[in-house]
Write a protein that binds this ligand. Sequence first.
Ligand code: ATP
Length: 233
Amino acid sequence: MLTVEGLRSRYGRIEVLHGVDLHVDSGEIVAVVGANGAGKTTLLRCLSGVQPVSAGQIMFRGEPLTAVPAFRRLQRGLAQSPEGRQIFTNLTVEENLRLGAFIYEDERVDRDMQDAFAMFPILREKRNLAAGGLSGGQQQMLAIARALMGRPACLLLDEPSMGLAPILVAQIFDVVKSLKALDVTVLLVEQNAFGALSIADRGYVLETGRISFEGAAAELIADPRIREAYLGI
Ligand code: ATP
């Protein structure tokens, strides 16, 4: 579904992605794990089109994506739940969800919202309240639900567990895992390597802008080098 080849990206003169190769097959959950500053967010921003790519190629559903502007990537089926959630705090929960469906004007938007509420009942309860009043975990649920309102074939998730209490982290990872049943392919970027690899099919380790390990998630979890460096085991 998604193939990245030789992807390079820079901030000014400083290159932070030095030729990243990865792929995500239809129906998979793929985790990209790595330390703070490894380039995980930059990678996702290149995929969603808000960060320039200096070299390399991104293919999505058989077509080149690299030159497609960000606002058209959702039409192609790619949605992002960004780092730090980036919800619109002054808008209500429902208004945030509707913004996720901004490219659609059909009656399915209302149905999709009901599906989002079925997935996250707390959002139904709070639908008319300002999103800024939600807890961190609820805001993360809103960010994921808003991205799903775009009916993506592939969802890019940037650190959904960041800043959440352990019980909420588990809940969010359960939600991500459940996206498989909805036929949504997921590329998940996480510092919480154990949590991410526990729900992923495959994983990549990104180390200072380069992929250093890749494989089945279970193999990565079992690899002594990864256990020591990333899993704290
Ligand atoms: P984090 O988990 O902290 O978000 P990350 O793996 O997502 O880390 P990036 O945010 O992609 O890493 O950052 C990769 C490198 O690029 C880091 O060295 C960071 O300092 C640098 N960087 C990120 N954003 C910018 C920017 N806007 N301008 C300059 N350098 C940046």
